[in-house]
Design a protein around this ligand. Structure first.
Ligand SMILES: [Zn+2]
Ligand SMILES: [Zn+2]
Length: 181
């Protein structure tokens, strides 16, 4: 991958407030990972933006698209999908703080914008499907494949034990009422 793939020449644009310049770039960014979810190192990322010369800098508006891979948070099945992250950011000389990106010389670097947009766009707790039933907590079977051999949920056993306590007079609670005779 070329180091200049994400560099946009902006000399002319910077001289004309109000001017616009459309840019489309594609390439790889290296792996971007948040916990178990990642943009793989070989994923092709596309940046489609319009650069607008504004007073004090260049505004970049558009989308960053790529693909992600991860695991379902319930059943741990490997899954993946696409990301299309909207961007609206300001580049300005001396920038590079939380709100802006740096603009130096005659090149605008789209790479940090693309990386940030994808990191923000990664699903942190993805599901293979909305109603994924996850894994049996006891045997680890995928419940999407049907009930496992473990029988009723453990919760049932706990409630049954409580019911047993309630109906057992020797297990505490108030003594039986005594008449005033
Ligand atoms: Zn799942
Ligand atoms: Zn089970």
């Amino acid at each position: 991958m070329s180091a200049t793939r994400w560099q946009v020449p902006v000399t002319a644009l910077r001289r004309a407030v109000g001017a616009r310049q459309r840019e489309e770039r594609t390439g790889t960014l290296g792996e971007l990972r948040v916990v178990e979810t990642r943009v793989p190192a070989d994923a092709v990322t596309s940046v489609e933006v319009v650069l607008s010369a504004v007073v004090g800098g260049i505004e970049v508006v558009g989308t960053v698209g790529s693909t992600w891979r991860g695991v379902c948070r319930r059943c741990l099945r490997p899954i993946g999908g696409s990301i299309v992250a909207p961007v609206r950011e300001l580049y300005r000389p001396g920038g590079g703080d939380d709100d802006t990106y740096p603009l130096g010389g005659d090149q605008l670097d789209l790479e940090p914008l693309a990386r940030d947009a994808l990191l923000l766009g990664l699903p942190l707790a993805p599901l293979c499907r909305e109603d994924c039933r996850g894994l049996c907590p006891r045997c680890g079977a995928e419940l999407a494949d049907g009930p496992c051999a473990c029988g009723p949920e453990p919760a049932d056993a706990r409630w049954a034990a409580l019911d047993g306590l309630r109906s057992d007079p020797g297990a505490g609670g108030l003594p039986p009422p005594v008449g005033n005779g």
